[in-house]
Design a protein around this ligand. Sequence first.
Ligand SMILES: Nc1ncnc2c1ncn2[C@@H]1O[C@H](COP(=O)(O)OP(=O)(O)OP(=O)(O)O)[C@@H](O)[C@H]1O
Length: 205
Amino acid sequence: MEMQVSDLAVARGGVAVLEGVSFRLLPGRALLLRGPNGAGKTTLLRCLAGLQPAIAGKVSVAAEAVAYAAHADGVKATLTVAENLAFWAAIYGTGAIQPALASMNLQALADRQAAQLSAGQKRRLGLARLLVTGRPIWLMDEPTVSLDADSVALFAGVVVRHLGGGGSALIASHIDLGLEAEVLELAAFKARAGARLGAFDEAFG
Ligand SMILES: Nc1ncnc2c1ncn2[C@@H]1O[C@H](COP(=O)(O)OP(=O)(O)OP(=O)(O)O)[C@@H](O)[C@H]1O
């Protein structure tokens, strides 16, 4: 499924962060979001994930087509690794969790309570969740934070397989994942300094 973003403007805390953001993300392709700290990578991803409204512009796909892996891994601390994935599989109405467990090398940790995982293990679980969503467009915010070199390679392989299956990925990352991907530099879309929004947008920014 193609995602087309046209002239999108997004805000955070009532202040416009980005404006005029336009790009296409085709099936089978990955796009890297680049920009310094505070450039608006997280804000853009949150908007595309349907977690906050845009101030202006258009997104061609519904939020139901996307799966978002945010900074906070979305992991339920009191459930085990397998239970976490089963929970999400039930939410998204998808099937077996074994492929997701295997893809991020989590089989040996399947019965471990998520609260007892290391930061990198927790991150691997958060990424395995993407697989059980069954959704074609993956949005990822710094997915490799806390991952060791082997896990980064594992993760890159998961993304490559997702792309090979016709999925797509939009990834905010400061590091080189070794993926064949185009780059979207957000500095080009920086909103004019100090642009203030109306009361509605402040409430939802
Ligand atoms: N809850 C908030 N209220 C007000 N301003 C915020 C809020 N969250 C973020 N901001 C501001 O919005 C701007 C964009 O932040 P955002 O998190 O999207 O940047 P980023 O490109 O993801 O940064 P990083 O690389 O540090 O993760 C920043 O100037 C930030 O300080």
